[in-house]
Design a protein around this ligand. Structure first.
Ligand SMILES: NC(=O)c1ccc[n+]([C@@H]2O[C@H](COP(=O)([O-])OP(=O)(O)OC[C@H]3O[C@@H](n4cnc5c(N)ncnc54)[C@H](OP(=O)(O)O)[C@@H]3O)[C@@H](O)[C@H]2O)c1
Length: 252
């Protein structure tokens, strides 16, 4: 995606993947202070541990406690979180109304970004997690309320965000087994952050019961675009990112 964006902006940059083990994180981050380096993205398991290696944090990164984007300026490293605004952009594109109560499944780093983002829209958020104590700790910090599945008033829920890794690379897994999607409002959206497979079991079951469902490719594209804008100041069309993902003409 980023190499397509460099080309679209006619900038001479390059983006490459590096595998970094936890003991090597400090050295890898120090390497970003080199002149000519714009920054980096991070993924599991580094998003939270990296905070100690950075000079400044955006309000979102500080509140969420996770960084997915590092911006380098004159030897200083700034940590940001574009997962949260990337999710909101993807939800808006998927037709989420932005006001009904939301249920977030999971309590890891992605769930923290989701809860922070949805709360920033002023929404009621219920968090459901396999390990309930983690949902309680998350909501104590970020707002919303931890709930057991049976205690959620599903008829009020306009959005379910799967921020758990249930279903990731596994078609037989779902974070909501034996769930009655018809108990949700008819216009409810089920947003699965997982994008491999393209249709998860959660999505398939929601669609089979007449509810809209989207995978996490939109969030992936939007968080990438927001990172690119922070690094370069150039604002490529989101279609550049969808095309690079093999998902051209998403707006058509
Ligand atoms: N689309 C995007 O751009 C994007 C961006 C970020 C993340 N993601 C996706 O979001 C997911 C979560 O990422 P993360 O960084 O938050 O991971 P994480 O910190 O490891 O958290 C994983 C969460 O999933 C729960 N979980 C794992 N297996 C489960 C299962 N079989 N049934 C029910 N719950 C299960 C865990 O519950 P416990 O607390 O009980 O262990 C935990 O709450 C991943 O699939 C990741 O690929 C997508």
């Amino acid at each position: 995606m980023h190499n397509a964006a460099f080309a679209a902006c006619q900038l001479p940059g390059a983006y490459e993947a590096r595998r970094v083990t936890p003991p090597d994180l400090g050295a890898a981050i120090a390497g970003l202070r080199m002149p000519g380096t714009l920054g980096a993205n991070l993924t599991l398991p580094h998003k939270e541990r990296v905070l100690a290696h950075l000079d400044t944090l955006s309000p979102a990164a500080r509140a969420i406690g996770a960084v997915n984007t590092i911006v380098h300026r004159d030897g200083q490293l700034h940590g940001d979180n574009t997962d949260a605004p990337g999710l909101l952009a993807a939800l808006a594109q998927a037709g989420d109304g932005g006001h009904r109560p939301a249920a977030v499944l999971g309590a890891g780093g992605a769930a923290r970004a989701a809860v922070w983002a949805l709360r920033s829209q002023g929404r009621e958020v219920w968090v459901i997690n396999r390990t309930p104590e983690k949902a309680a700790a998350l909501t104590a910090e970020l707002g919303g309320a931890a709930r057991a599945r049976e205690d959620v008033p599903w008829s009020e829920v306009g959005l379910i965000v799967n921020a758990s890794s249930a279903g990731l690379a596994n078609l037989s897994q779902t974070p909501l087994p034996d769930f009655d999607f018809t108990g949700l409002p008819p216009e409810a959206l089920i947003y699965d952050m997982v994008y491999k497979p393209a249709e998860t079991r959660l999505m398939a079951e929601a669609r089979a019961q007449g509810r809209r469902a989207e995978n996490g490719l939109g969030m992936l594209a939007h968080q990438a675009r927001l990172a690119f804008v922070r690094w370069t100041g150039c604002e490529p069309d989101i279609e550049v990112f969808f095309s690079a993902l093999g998902q051209g003409a998403r707006r058509a």
